[in-house]
Design a protein around this ligand. Structure first.
Ligand code: OGA
Ligand code: MN
Length: 266
C-alpha cells in the first residue's frame, strides 16, 4: 500500500471501524461506545451512570437478572469532580485498550465463531474492493473473493497474538487478506501442527499477506512488535500524519501496530 493508503486505513481503523454496530473488546465491558476517537481527541472521560428507566424495571423484577442498570457516557473533565463515586476511564486510555474490532459478520470471540444473529454492516466498499483485488492471485480462476467479515487487531508495545489456525470459515480454499499498518512486527508462520518449527518474517506498514493454499491451514502468530527502537520504519507515516487533526493518530501509531484481516466466511 502507498503511504497515503496506509494513512487512510490507520485513520479508519481508529475512527470508523470501532463504531457500533461493530463490536470491539470494549463492548463487553462498557456496552456500545460511539465516537471514541473524537472523545479521546477532546480529552473526554467515560463515566458510569445510573440508568433510571432500567433501574425501575429491575426493582419491579426483584432486581432480576441481566438488565443493565448502569451505562457509560462521555463527560468533560470538570464534571468528573461531581461524580467522584463513579467508575471512570479517560477516552485516551480506552483507545489504548482497544485490542480488536470486527467488521461485517461479527465474530464472537467467547464462542470463537461467527454469530450471524448479531446486527452488522457490510464491509465498507473501499475495503471490500481492496481485498477483492489483493485476493486475485490466490483465487481459483473466474471466482471472485467475497469479503464478508474482517477482524481488526490493535497491538500496543507489549501485545502479541498466540499461535493459531483460522478455522471458523466454511471454505478454506478462499484466502485471508491481511494488511499490516504502523509499527513492524515479527510474524511466525508454522506448519499444520504445533510441532513444526515456524519461519519468522518481518511485516511492515503497507505489507499485505495472503494466507492461501497450504498456508491457509498453518499455525501462525505475532510474538512481538517493534516501537521506539525502530522509528525510521514509520517515518513516511509520521511526516504524512503531521497535520493538527492527526496528532492523536500519530501519537498512537508511533508505538502501535494495526492488522486488518479480511475473510470470506461462506
Ligand atoms: C488474525 C491474525 C495476524 C497479524 O487476526 O487471525 O492472524 O498480522 N493476524 O496480526
Ligand atoms: Mn490468523
Amino acid at each position: 500500500l502507498s503511504t497515503e493508503e496506509q494513512c487512510y486505513w490507520i485513520r479508519e481503523s481508529l475512527k470508523t471501524f470501532p463504531q457500533p454496530p461493530n463490536r470491539t473488546n470494549l463492548t463487553a465491558i462498557y456496552g456500545s461506545i460511539s465516537d471514541l476517537l473524537v472523545a479521546a481527541k477532546n480529552q473526554k472521560i467515560l463515566v458510569e451512570v445510573e440508568n433510571p428507566d432500567v433501574q425501575e424495571r429491575n426493582e419491579q423484577n426483584n432486581g432480576g437478572g441481566k438488565t443493565q442498570s448502569k451505562n457509560f457516557k462521555f463527560v468533560d473533565d470538570p464534571e468528573i469532580q461531581k461524580e467522584e463515586e463513579c467508575r471512570s476511564t479517560t477516552a485516551t486510555t480506552l483507545v489504548r485498550k482497544l485490542r480488536w474490532s470486527t467488521l461485517g459478520l461479527q465474530f464472537d470471540w467467547s464462542k470463537r465463531n461467527y454469530d450471524v444473529s448479531l446486527p452488522h454492516n457490510k464491509i465498507p466498499d473501499a475495503l471490500a474492493s481492496l481485498a477483492k483485488n489483493m485476493a486475485i492471485p490466490a483465487m481459483p480462476s473466474g471466482e471472485e473473493f467475497k469479503p464478508e467479515a474482517a477482524i481488526v487487531n490493535y497491538y500496543g508495545p507489549s501485545d502479541m497474538l498466540g499461535g493459531h489456525v483460522d478455522d471458523m470459515e466454511v471454505d478454506w480454499t478462499k484466502p485471508i487478506v491481511s494488511i499490516s499498518l504502523g509499527c513492524k512486527c515479527i510474524f511466525l508462520l508454522g506448519g499444520k501442527t504445533r510441532d513444526e518449527v515456524p519461519t519468522a518474517m518481518f511485516l511492515r506498514s503497507g505489507d499485505i499477506v495472503l494466507m492461501a493454499g497450504e498456508a491457509r491451514e498453518c499455525f501462525h502468530g505475532v510474538p512481538r512488535i517493534f516501537t521506539e527502537s525502530d522509528q525510521e520504519e514509520i517515518s513516511a507515516l509520521v511526516s504524512q500524519l503531521s497535520g493538527e487533526d492527526d496528532c492523536f493518530t500519530l501519537d498512537y501509531i508511533k508505538n502501535s501496530r494495526i492488522n486488518i484481516n479480511i475473510r470470506q466466511v461462506y
